[in-house]
Every structure is written in C-alpha cells, then in structure tokens.
Design a protein around this ligand. Structure first.
Ligand code: FES
Length: 358
C-alpha cells in the first residue's frame, strides 16, 4: 500500500465517509449501560451521541442534541429517569420521547410527539453497543460472519475494566498505524525483546478470515505456566480446547481489536483524529465481574504487563508516522507475519472503492 493513506487529508476524508459512515461501529462496552436508566456519552468522528438503556431494558442511541435548539444535552455518563436540557429545560425520556416542555403553549401549533430524540441505528451484541450511520447497512449479525457465535463462550457482557485500565490516549499517528502494530508479530523481537518475544512461540499466528474481519490465534507461553493457571481462573464457557490454550485476537473491521482469553479481555479501539496524523486510542483491560482470589490477581498482573507492552508500541508508531509524513512517498511491502495487514488493506480498498462506485 502507499504511504499516502497515512497522511493524505483527502484519503482521510474518504475513510470517514465511505468506511466509518457506512460500517457498524462498536461505540460503547455494555458495562457502561448495564442497568436501566444508565446512559453513556460517545464523542467520536465528529458525532456526539448518547447511548441509553431505557426503563424497558432496551438500549438506544441518539444525537446528543436537544430537539429545541440543538444544545448538547449532557457531557458525562450518568443514570436517572430522564435527560433534561440545561438551556430551557426540555426533558426527554431515555427512550428518546419528549416528556416535558416548560410553558408548552408558547410553542404554538406543533407536534410534541414528533419532537423526540431521533434514533440512530443501534444494536447490542457481543458485550458492546454498536451503531451505524447508514440507513441501508445490512443487519449487524450478517456483517459479523459468525464472530459473535465464536465469542459467545467468553460472555463479554460480564467483562468490566480493571481500575485505572480504561484509558483514552491521543496519539500522534494515523489511526491505522496503531491498529496495525497490534495485529502483526513481525515487530515483536525488535520492539518487545524482553516483554513479549520470549513468551510467544515461533510462528505464533494462525489466521482465519471471517468476512471483513480476521481472527489470529496466538500461542502465548503454551505448555509452560499458562495452562494450569488458565484452568484455575477461567469462568464462562464452554470453551474449545483451542480457546482455553491460546489467546484469540479479533480484528473487527474497521477499528476494533479484542484480545480474548477466558479470564480477561484487552480492547483496543482506534478512532481517526481531526487530522490524518492524529488518532484516539481507547484502551481497556477487562476482567470478569466478580473475580476473586487467583483470578483477580491474574487479571491485574496481566493488565500491568499489557500496559507495559502498549508503552513500548507508542514510540514505534510515532516514528512510523514521522517517516510517513516527512519521508519520501513509498509503497509498503508486507512480511508473511504481517499477512493480516495485507488482508486489512485489501478490505479497506474495497470499502473505499465500493462507496465511490455508488
Ligand atoms: Fe434545549 Fe432549549 S435548547 S431546551
């Protein structure tokens, strides 16, 4: 692929419209809206959204903007019976309906029942709330191509972030650079010689394509301390022998990576920034709700190791971006251990071209 796609504003605009404007996006882990009455604020891609679970238990997504004069309704996650606009006091139910307008007669001839918050297409699946801005997008289940069934034993809706391990990083690189370093093993010996490389066996990746997504099976410390530890700390299931033995990494197009083991999950989600050389990484290390004893300890120890690995990745991706920005325009060639990247860019090319054709 050309280095152009990491720096070119026109390419970045195309990605926003043709990819992020069309795909299903996992905007919010379910734990943020676990109970009726909870809402979460999502600000990405220039969209301001509220994801809310109504008293009927249904999750919905709305623009975070009052239907009176567009004022932003709320800045933070919260819990309550309704959302009240801080400007003139219009009040909306968590199903989006307009419940109260102060001095309503002053609105003249109008239809209050048509002034509720507009629904954005939204589904709850695999421990996430997903939205799409495309009215004609296929159903989410069709686009996941069986990944949701594979992930069912892990019960991702039971996963909650470990304290201090749910962070958003503003990073000086294109969003794809951070995604890429998380799904290829070619850099391990060079960037992580002491933290990862000694624990990952040779030829670690068995890659499976699932529609536009990919699954990589990573044999981490197989046959050493991991096996017995996993058996003692794994709830959920039933897991396949491979799921018990190896870390499964899912690259879910366009911007989500999940590293899953029965006892913990790492989430990397990368959003384009305002310019092609900035992005926002949502990183969360999650353990199963109610973990105790060895399971609790194991998840926390793994979380510390995971953060260390992330810190080692950061200088590499910033340096990559610096090369893309200041170096000559080049064509990137991929190694066999970067096969996931070749496939990822082929899918990206198709999305960019398909949308151009329609
Ligand atoms: Fe929200 Fe007026 S802008 S009530």
């Amino acid at each position: 692929v050309s280095s152009e796609r990491y720096v070119d504003p026109a390419w970045a605009d195309g990605e926003r419209g043709r990819v992020f404007g069309q795909a299903w996006l996992a905007v919010c882990p379910v734990h943020r809206v676990a109970r009726p009455g909870q809402w979460a604020v999502v600000d990405e891609l220039g969209h301001a959204l509220i994801v809310a679970r109504g008293k009927d238990g249904v999750v919905r997504a709305f623009p975070n903007a009052c239907r009176h004069r567009g004022t932003r309704l709320t800045d933070a996650d919260g819990c309550g019976k309704s959302l009240k606009c801080p400007y003139h006091g219009w009040r909306f139910g968590l199903d989006g309906s307009l419940e109260h307008v102060p001095d309503e007669e002053g609105m003249g001839r109008w239809r209050k029942d048509r002034a509720g918050l507009k629904n954005v297409r939204c589904e709850e699946r695999m421990g996430f709330v997903w939205v799409t801005f495309a009215e004609d997008a296929p159903p989410l289940a069709d686009t996941l191509d069986g990944i949701d069934d594979e992930l069912a034993p892990y019960r991702l809706d039971e996963m909650v972030p470990i304290a201090g391990m749910d962070r958003v990083f503003d990073v000086a690189c294109n969003w794809k650079a951070l995604l890429e370093i998380s799904v290829e093993s070619y850099h391990l010996a060079s960037v992580h010689p002491y933290t990862v490389a000694p624990f990952v066996d040779d030829a670690p990746l068995h890659r499976t394509v699932r529609g536009d997504h990919q699954r990589l099976v990573v044999e981490v410390a197989d046959g050493r301390f991991r096996g017995p530890l996993d058996r003692l700390t794994s709830r959920g299931g039933p897991y396949s022998p491979e799921q018990m033995r190896a870390l499964h990494r899912y690259l879910i197009f366009p911007n989500l990576i999940l590293n899953v083991l029965p006892c913990h999950v790492t989430l990397y989600q990368v959003w384009p920034g305002e310019t092609p050389d900035r992005c926002r990484l949502r990183y969360a290390f999650m353990g199963r709700r109610g973990a105790k004893g060895l399971e609790w300890l194991r998840a926390r120890a793994s979380a510390v190791a995971s953060r260390l690995v992330l810190q080692e990745d950061m200088p590499a991706v910033r340096r990559f971006q610096s090369g893309a920005r200041l170096g000559p325009r080049t064509t990137h060639a991929f190694h066999a251990e970067e096969a996931a990247l070749a496939r990822y860019h082929a899918v990206l090319d198709r999305w960019m071209a398909d949308a151009q054709a329609t």
